[in-house]
Design a protein around this ligand. Structure first.
Ligand SMILES: Nc1nc2c(ncn2[C@@H]2O[C@H](COP(=O)(O)OP(=O)(O)OP(=O)(O)O)[C@@H](O)[C@H]2O)c(=O)[nH]1
Ligand SMILES: [Zn+2]
Length: 188
């Protein structure tokens, strides 16, 4: 279950509030350290999870054509600033040897990989590699579109800018047509 040390987070949040010149004992902030600890437990629950676990659910279905689950929403925390980045994940794969996983398992793997301090590139490649390792499909393509709050509310301050990353494995590496099919389906 939870590996999160609530007492330590509460102590740290109290110290941060003091350090920014706030008064942690004023009414509105009294329960804030506890709330932040509960929030971190929730948003970082992926740290203790292995995305591959979800792909153990396999149906012996003889479908060797594209399966695409698009627009899976995600929220993660950038590991440089610990502020959110969020957007959509699109996952396509071409099964081989009857190894088809449950559609919801793709979204569960997204949760496991995003609910931790992360980089968008690492989320993209970890999802692709987890599918390759467990389902050994003909090909996998993962595309992520995200907005990074460390680029919008602070720093360079470029609201509306989007970062798009992709990871392609197997058939999608070799075939322009296979990639183009997925990219056009994502845009629809
Ligand atoms: N490649 C990559 N970079 C990211 C991601 N999330 C945040 N970053 C970047 O991480 C970089 C950290 O840069 P630093 O120069 O160490 O930190 P900083 O001084 O706060 O940088 P600025 O954001 O430019 O103010 C920034 O350019 C962020 O935009 C991500 O998912 N992938
Ligand atoms: Zn950042």
């Amino acid at each position: 279950m939870s590996e999160v040390n609530h007492a330590k987070i509460e102590e740290a949040v109290t110290m941060i509030l003091e350090a920014i010149g706030e008064d942690p004992s004023r009414e509105g902030l009294l329960d804030t350290p506890k709330r932040v600890a509960r929030m971190y437990e929730e948003v970082f629950q992926g740290i203790s999870q292995d995305p591959k676990e979800h792909f153990k659910t396999v149906f012996g279905e003889d479908h060797e054509e594209l399966v695409l689950v698009k627009d899976i929403p995600f929220y993660s925390m950038c590991e440089h600033h610990l502020v959110p980045f969020f957007g959509k994940v699109h996952i396509g794969y071409i099964p081989k040897g009857g190894k088809v996983t449950g559609l919801s398992k793709l979204a569960r793997a997204v949760e496991a990989v995003t609910r931790r301090p992360q980089l968008q590139e690492r989320i993209t490649s970890t999802i692709a590699d987890s599918i390759v390792d467990t389902l050994t499909p003909r090909g996998v393509i993962v595309v992520i579109e995200a907005e990074h709050m460390c680029m919008t509310m602070r720093g360079v301050r470029k609201p509306g800018s989007k970062t798009v990353t992709s990871a392609v494995r197997g058939a999608f590496e070799r075939s322009d047509a296979a990639r183009a099919e997925v990219l056009s389906l994502i845009k629809e």
